[in-house]
Structures are given as structure tokens and as C-alpha cells.
Design a binder for this molecule. Structure first.
Ligand SMILES: [Zn+2]
Length: 550
């Protein structure tokens, strides 16, 4: 019955007459590679993605111009128009030298969650303003800025420090943080009380299109897919966490990796829209939505899977329903919509290696790299033989040296870094290793070096940054895939804009998700985010005077 109530919610159209006001709608689809729009183009017929063809600007060559292509940095960049180098979100996590611990990008122990008893979350580690923050400042806080996602980091970083609220999912509950407010708004409590998140327990995810449409993809039962949380590798996927009869934590993991997580997210966004009267209050409001299921499904099944294709078809329909709902409640003529993603994804290494074994696509475990590094260093004379003992922490591709151990060995940080960089750089899997001083003191000579620099923040990044060769996947999983490299499969994402101030067209010029915030700011006549480095996409702006010339 509850499945029906969610479906009814999605079809609901408000009777409220559109008022004067404006709404910025920022949609991020987590792990949406640009090439999905090209490869799946003919099956995306619902009008979700291609709404932008009719009324918007489509940038086909947009890249995150930085190395750490992860969810935290991506959403921070979309909202601030800046890169980790200036907004400070250099990864989903980084190492904090003071506390000698990994720091999660939205961690904040001075706050608590509303709706769940877990450690608090806030945007305190994000440096500078987002477009939402500028909207709030510019309107004397009359504008509302609300962000919604399954993931805390996506919602919080898209919203910014001055947002009205950010909401995300923890198991069966939509939660927020005491950073924003003292209690959950009524519409969130209502959503939780209705039990929507648990209502998909036992639901079946089957193909949306006839099976023949899936045959040009990889096989559905590819052994390198991760069918965990009871999902299994092939359609149909039962969403019960592998535990029939009882809801466990595994159910929520399965739900996140299913189209139903996106359905719930958009349903909650529609509730926010209605309850808060967004876009109809005589000011400009902002609603940011990040759809996380695409990321979980992509990690588990890979970019060439039936599941990713099916989810794209379903995302297209869901977006079409969302646009329709926006039209009915706010009026599309009162909306400026941007759609993008926080990063792409690498092909599953075995997708390549089972076809071309000699091409060398494979997984790289950093523990294995470390032990081979140790073996090399042990054969060197002191103090270089101590080298691996200088490593205090490894976080992703950042290596943090033990500064005390290095100085005890009588070396400068740079000299120790060079010894390690040379040995690491001679390992087969490694494309390049950059030391802190390479990054801070010498100019980039290649686009890749520029990307490494754009992800580097002095007090948060490591003393060495490793870049693996393309198509190598770091991590300890034996199935599925990931992202986080500076290569196009991770950096190339859609950037699409629609609204009265947008000049429709397809643009092949180099662009970036970092261009969205400054472009929207100029289009709407609000201040640009404080740290922005993205350019204003002038070619896609229809200025008032140009409109008059027509
Ligand atoms: Zn992501």
C-alpha cells in the first residue's frame, strides 16, 4: 500500500497558483558519466535529460579539473564554483595531523543529528560561500536554501554554511543536524512517520525496458559485479537485504543501490517544495537534490552493466516527473535548473581484462604497493632504508609523512619525500608521484599536473600524492568499481542549464561543473561564491539587452 502512496505522491500536482518568485533547482546525479547520455541516448525518451535539449544549454565537454574525483569534493565544487585547492574539501576524508585521525569531510562533533543518534554533521570544514549562501546573504536571509540527498556529504556541501536546511537518510529516517535548526521540520517528521523508507522492503527491481534493449551491454551475470546486500548479480533484484522477513541494516544498503532510493529522494524534495512554498514567495529560493542510487549501483555493477543502463532509463522518467511537478507548483518559467554530477567512474578492470588480458587493467591494493616499497627501501643504505617507517598515514592517494621520524633521520621533509617518490615512482602501477614542494613550488606542465594541484590544500593534503596509471583501480574489493582518479572517465560529467536567462544550444567548449555556480549567479544577478575559480559560461547566457534586440 505504501508503494502506492509514494507513486501517488509523485503524480500529485498542487492546486496552488504559481506566485511571483523564482527557484534555482540544482540537480546532481551521483556518478553520472557524460558518456551515459551518449551511449544510452535513444532509450532516454521520457523527457528528463532531454528537457535541456528543448529549453536549455548542454555542455558536452565538462570536466572536474582536479584529481580527487570523489563525492565530497564534487558537491563542494558544484556549489562553490571552486576546487579543493580553495574550498578545502580535498577528499571524502583526509588526515588530520593534530588529532592523528582521518577527518570525514562533513564531520562535526560539536553538533548532533536530528532524527538519529549518531555523530553530528555540518559544513564547517567547507571554506567560503556557496551559491546558496550568496542567495541568502543577498536576500537578507529571505531566500530559502534546502538540500536533499541520501548522502550527508552531498546534501550538506551542496547547501553550504548559511543554508536553511540539509536533509539526508540514515537507515529508516530522514535526518538533519542541530547545525541548522533545533528540530526537524513538520514535513520531514510527516515523511518519517509515514514509513516511506521501509515501505520498499521486499520490492522487486526488474528491467524497465524489454530485455532485448540490454543485450548490447555486458552480460547481466558478469562475475566481476558485486551483488552484495542480497541484491544478487542478475535481474530481477529483490530489495530485502538478503534477509526475508526482517529489516536489517543490509536492507538499507540494498535500497540505496536501487532506483527506489532516487524515488524517495525526489518524493522528499517535492514535499519540501510544497511545504516551504519554494519559488512562490516573491524571492529566489533554491532546492538542491543529489540522487545517490546511481553511485551505489555504478560501484556495484559498473558502467557497462544492465543495472546502470536500467537506472539511467528510470532516472530519465523520474526527472521528467520532477520537471512536471515543478511546472505545476512553481511554473517552469520561474525556474532556473542546472543538472550535473559529482564525478564519473572507471570501467571495472575485469570488464577490460577478460577481453584483452594483455592490456594490464587490474586492481591495485595499496598494502601490496607498500610492501613492495618496503622491500626496495630495505636494500638501500640508511637513512633511505628507513623510508617506509616515515609514512604516518595513507588516505586515498595522499601519503602523510611522520615529520618527527623524518627529522630524527636528519632529513628535510622534501629530501625524505624525494627518496620515497623515486622508489614509488619506479613501481609498475604508478604513473607519477608528486611531493609537496613539486606541487606548491613548481608550475604544472601538463593538464594532469594541474589537476593534482587543484586538489591540493596545504594543511589538509599529504606530503606525497600518487597517481596510478589509467584503468588501474585502487582498493581492496575484488568486484565492482570506483572513481577518484584525474582521468576523463572520472572527470567528464554533464553540465546542463535551463531557464529564462539561458541561451539554448549544445556547446562543445571546455567547461566544468565549477562553472555552474558563477554562471547561475550572473544569470540571476546575485553575488558570485567567494572562492569560485570556474568561468561564467557567457555563451549560454541570454542577457536582458540581447533579448530586447531579438
Ligand atoms: Zn559521488
Amino acid at each position: 500500500m505504501r508503494l502506492l502512496s509514494i507513486a501517488a505522491l509523485l503524480l500529485l500536482t498542487s492546486l496552488r497558483a504559481p506566485g511571483e518568485g523564482h527557484l534555482i533547482v540544482l540537480v546532481s546525479i551521483d556518478q553520472l558519466r557524460q558518456d551515459y547520455l551518449n551511449r544510452f541516448e535513444e532509450d532516454l525518451t521520457a523527457g528528463g535529460f532531454w528537457m535541456f535539449r528543448e529549453r536549455g544549454a548542454i555542455f558536452t565537454n565538462a570536466h572536474f579539473d582536479y584529481a580527487s574525483t570523489e563525492t565530497g569534493p564534487g558537491h563542494a565544487t558544484i556549489a562553490t564554483g571552486a576546487y579543493g585547492k580553495t574550498h578545502g574539501i580535498v577528499g571524502n576524508a583526509w588526515y588530520d595531523r593534530q588529532t592523528r585521525r582521518s577527518l570525514y569531510c562533513v564531520q562535526d562533533t560539536t553538533t548532533t543529528l536530528l532524527g538519529a543518534s549518531r555523530e553530528g554533521r555540518s559544513p564547517r570544514l567547507l571554506i567560503g560561500s556557496t551559491i546558496g549562501d550568496e542567495l541568502r546573504i543577498g536576500s537578507a536571509f529571505g531566500s530559502k536554501v534546502i538540500a536533499i540527498s541520501v548522502k550527508d556529504r552531498a546534501a550538506i556541501l551542496m547547501a553550504g554554511a548559511l543554508a536553511s536546511g540539509a536533509f539526508w537518510f540514515v537507515d529508516s529516517t530522514v535526518v538533519s543536524s542541530t547545525y541548522y535548526t533545533a528540530s526537524l521540520p513538520e514535513w520531514v517528521r510527516r515523511f518519517n512517520a509515514a514509513g516511506h523508507i521501509n515501505s520498499y522492503y521486499g520490492a522487486l527491481w526488474d528491467r524497465a525496458l524489454p530485455e532485448a534493449r540490454y543485450r548490447r551491454l555486458d552480460r547481466d551475470d558478469a562475475p566481476y559485479e558485486n551483488g552484495g546486500s542480497g541484491l544478487g548479480r542478475t535481474f530481477p533484484h529483490r530489495i530485502d537485504g538478503g534477509s526475508p522477513g526482517t529489516i536489517t541494516a543490509s536492507y538499507y544498503a540494498a535500497l540505496r543501490a536501487s532506483p527506489f532510493a532516487n524515488t524517495l529522494t525526489v518524493a522528499l524534495a517535492m514535499e519540501a517544495l510544497e511545504a516551504e512554498g519554494l519559488g512562490t514567495r516573491g524571492v529566489t529560493d533554491m532546492l538542491a537534490v543529489s540522487l545517490s542510487a546511481n553511485d551505489y549501483v555504478g560501484h556495484a555493477f559498473g558502467p557497462h552493466s544492465h543495472e546502470v543502463f536500467d537506472l539511467m532509463v528510470r532516472t530519465d522518467s523520474l526527472l521528467a516527473r520532477f520537471w512536471k511537478h515543478l511546472d505545476a507548483t512553481v511554473g517552469l518559467e520561474h525556474c532556473t535548473i542546472a543538472l550535473t554530477s559529482d564525478h564519473g567512474v572507471a570501467p571495472i578492470p575485469e570488464y577490460i581484462s577478460t577481453r584483452v588480458p594483455g592490456a594490464g587493467a587490474h586492481r591495485v591494493d595499496f598494502k601490496d604497493l607498500r610492501s613492495r616499497l618496503d622491500a626496495r627501501l630495505a636494500s638501500l643504505p640508511p637513512p633511505a632504508s628507513l623510508g617506509s617507517g616515515w609514512i604516518e598515514h595513507v588516505e586515498g592517494d595522499n601519503i602523510y609523512l611522520d615529520r618527527h621520524a623524518v627529522s630524527t633521520a636528519g632529513l628535510s621533509l622534501d629530501a625524505a619525500g624525494r627518496i620515497l617518490a623515486e622508489e614509488l615512482g619506479s613501481l609498475d602501477e604508478v604513473f607519477a608521484v608528486y611531493t609537496r614542494s613539486d606541487i606548491l613550488l613548481s608550475p604544472a606542465t601538463t593538464p594532469l599536473e594541474r589537476r593534482v594541484r587543484n586538489s591540493f590544500f596545504e594543511s589538509r593534503s599529504g606530503d606525497l600524492v600518487i597517481v596510478l596509471k589509467p584503468f588501474l583501480l585502487s582498493g581492496t574489493y575484488s568486484t565492482g568499481t570506483s572513481h577518484g582518479s584525474p582521468y576523463p572517465y572520472d572527470t567528464h560529467v554533464p553540465v546542463m542549464l535551463a531557464g529564462n536567462a539561458i541561451r539554448p544550444g549544445v556547446y562543445d567548449a571546455t567547461a566544468s561543473p565549477a562553472d555552474i555556480a558563477p554562471t547561475l549567479a550572473v544569470a540571476l544577478g546575485i553575488e558570485l561564491p567567494s572562492q569560485h575559480t570556474g568561468r561564467v559560461l557567457q555563451e549560454a547566457l541570454l542577457h536582458a539587452d540581447r533579448r530586447l534586440e531579438r
